[in-house]
Design a protein around this ligand. Sequence first.
Ligand SMILES: Nc1nc2c(ncn2[C@@H]2O[C@H](COP(=O)(O)OP(=O)(O)OP(=O)(O)O)[C@@H](O)[C@H]2O)c(=O)[nH]1
Ligand SMILES: [Mg+2]
Length: 219
Amino acid sequence: MKFVHKTTDIHMEVDVLAENRHLADHNQERLRSMGIRSVDVMGSIGSGKTAMIIALSKILAEGGVKVAVIAGDVTGQDDYDRFKEAGIIAYNVNTGKECHLDSALIDRALGRMHLDGVGFLFIENVGNLVCPADFPLGTDHRMVVISVTEGDDMVRKHPLIFQDSDIAVLNKVDLAGYMEVDVSRVKRDYAALRPDRALLLTSVRTGEGLDQVVEAIRK
Ligand SMILES: Nc1nc2c(ncn2[C@@H]2O[C@H](COP(=O)(O)OP(=O)(O)OP(=O)(O)O)[C@@H](O)[C@H]2O)c(=O)[nH]1
Ligand SMILES: [Mg+2]
């Protein structure tokens, strides 16, 4: 009896992930047909995802690109309010108890947003380095943002999300000295996982490294 129960659980998980991937393909087709480039911004809680999206949007807007954001949070609209205040087209998605966005939530959001003339869409995922990894949303890029305030072991502790992302950023490097974090150690950990890619070092506070992130997301 116990064995049967376990088997059922596994099939349910496979179904959920397969359904998510199916809808992710649908989201990708929809965004591409509208000429919208897109990035799923994942990362640890408080690593600077919202601040970075606002800073990147400003750079893209200066280059004539109209930007929209889907703000994903468990509850509330704090990040949504910050995007609106920054003059960015924004849509708020609350996941309730879930610790990640999924393709169905993005499908629904895209159906309700006014995206005329938008060239770039950021999706801010729920802040954590575990759940979002299994749920691609159909974006062109998946970016993971960590910061020096979480210490130097995030890549070692959460390898999956770094393996499943094509862009990885270590933010708040302006605080590395205060936090006594060895940035080169984080770079080495990432290089061991993804020898084909470089960890991007940024400070939204000083603007360091942001141009490299823009270059990566525009590829
Ligand atoms: N010193 C410094 N502070 C930063 C930097 N980037 C963001 N912050 C600050 O870090 C705090 C958290 O930034 P958010 O942008 O809210 O982080 P987040 O990842 O969106 O947070 P959640 O959505 O709650 O997971 C804010 O007080 C930011 O001003 C940075 O590069 N340097
Ligand atoms: Mg945020």
